[in-house]
Design a protein around this ligand. Sequence first.
Ligand code: BMA
Length: 311
Amino acid sequence: MKKEFVQRYAKNPILTKEDVPYKVETVHNAGVVKHNGKYIMIFRSHLDTGRSIIGLAESDDGFNFTVAPEPFMTPAKEKPFSEYEAYGVEDPRITPLEGEYYITYSAYSKHGVRIGLAKTKDFKNVERIAFITQADYRNTVIFPEKINGEYVKMDRPHSDISPWAIWISFSPDLVHWGRSELIIKPVTYHWDEMKIGPGAPPIKTDRGWLNIYHGVFPTMDGSVYRLGAALHKLDNPAEVIAVSDRWILTPQAPWELVGYVHNVVFTCAAVPEEDGTLKLYWGAADKVMCAGTAIIEELVDLCLSSPREAK
Ligand code: BMA
């Protein structure tokens, strides 16, 4: 029997627009962390303008969430942020780092899409820090600790020439980034052949950084978004140890197959637990939020036992 690496939570979807006390059309692509013994989720919602905002929900067990009465982040009103967020804020990822929570999000405007960085201590007040890319970047994840004295991020620049791939960059201060290099590329006629991008902020394991990413395959019926796993060297995450040949999650449940955008599972969050499991969260068909669990060591073994080339 084919092994399933992610066990879906029995009561998926865990959050839908019906759970939100203000008017939204979708609940998807959420960042999640544990904070003061609770799970905090910040989720993207389309409004009926087609533009997105970010809401907040809280849970004791990581599966049953209650949504806060007001949105958490809406497009900024003050410059310079207002200039680049006018069309919405999307796909937040949260990294706990040095006692604070750093949030990366896609900022859309007439100038394109770029990545904003914000931080919070308590998920009540959020402070925007800077835009950390130019236009044409999405899917930025920050590693949860400095490596060799530097902050590290991965993201996915757009490109018409080369495949849309995962890049890594380094920074002394989280604002200025450089020494970028391409580290994982789509593979031709493979489930992730069209484009790939970082998903959840990386998880530290004894054998390397576990990177759960998304990959896209084009079909006659539109694109299919799936999730895969890769392992990066602990002291040099630019070095990719292995990328699993197989995907770890594919659209299967009815709400993953049909929704706002069909055939999408898209992650911005995986929360490691003390028992060696992780809780994985994904937006299903860009419409609802789902969750599942996986055994971290099994994902690491999967990468090592059946790798495909990284680039
Ligand atoms: C990507 C992003 C994601 C979305 C996905 C599937 O390009 O827009 O936010 O979940 O497409 O529609």
